[in-house]
Design a protein around this ligand. Structure first.
Ligand code: ATP
Ligand code: MG
Length: 224
């Protein structure tokens, strides 16, 4: 039912989210490079795969199997059997990969438990300084709309990651894409880098929980 939670397996983040990723909507993770966005996605994918659910993982950044292996800790073969990995090389390929993931989720022959788009804005960012900015915005908007429809229609958690830019006026790091991206996300979590392996997750938007934060730590085998 709407409002169900899907734990990521990262305890502090699950607590922050009231139990885990909400189904029936998109969760956005944004933060600077190295803040842990990909690690949280990999951890959630591993958890779902080990629970025998299929995961559609769209990876624009070239996640190495080594990183998944470190998190899966001896269960990598089982994880790889359940993770359907797409590695688009352009925004057009990313759009196709999103459509394929949504079709697989709707089809229902494989019980898809999670869709990940990491990062949603890597290729989009490349369009920002040129003539194709409007095309990039439209493509990303269509992708997010399709993901929202799939999350609702298939009662599924969907996670996407977003990169940041420095707002010179406020000095703050802000997620790319502005309001149309943030409107698509039902839940938004900002990840901050603290010293060493420490990271902070801040709940920026949630339909039932107020702003709060939690800390976690990056270790050799992922997050704790
Ligand atoms: P980006 O915006 O660059 O994609 P991210 O927010 O996805 O960054 P992660 O890739 O999750 O960040 O990295 C979080 C931390 O994990 C890094 O600070 C680093 O300590 C560690 N890390 C990154 N790449 C690896 C790797 N290949 N193997 C082990 N640890 C890594
Ligand atoms: Mg990443």
């Amino acid at each position: 039912m709407p409002g169900d939670r899907c734990p990521t397996g990262v305890g502090p983040i699950d607590q922050l989210l009231g139990g885990g990723l909400e189904t029936d909507g998109l969760t956005e993770l944004y933060g600077e490079g190295g803040s842990g966005k990909t690690l949280v996605c990999l951890q959630a994918a591993t958890r779902l795969a080990l629970a025998d659910r299929w995961v559609c993982y769209i990876d624009t950044e070239g996640v190495s199997v080594d990183r998944l292996e470190a998190i899966a800790q001896g269960h990598i073969e089982q994880v790889l059997k359940r993770v359907l990995l797409a590695t688009p090389k352009s925004l057009a390929e990313q759009t196709k990969a999103v459509s394929t993931a949504c079709a697989l989720a709707r089809d229902g022959r494989r019980p898809v438990g999670l869709v990940v788009l990491d990062s949603a804005t890597f290729y989009y960012r490349l369009t920002l300084s040129g003539d194709s900015e409007d095309d990039g915005r439209q493509a990303l908007g269509r992708e997010l709309a399709e993901l929202v429809a799939t999350a609702i229609g298939s009662h599924l958690p969907v996670v996407f990651t977003n990169q940041v830019w420095r707002n010179q006026r406020t000095g703050e790091l802000e997620p790319l894409g502005g309001s149309f991206v943030n409107h698509a996300a039902k839940t938004i979590v900002r990840l901050d880098k603290l010293t060493g392996g420490r990271r902070r997750a801040v709940l920026m938007k949630h339909r039932s929980l107020g702003e709060s934060s939690a800390e976690f730590r990056i270790t050799g085998s992922g997050l704790e």
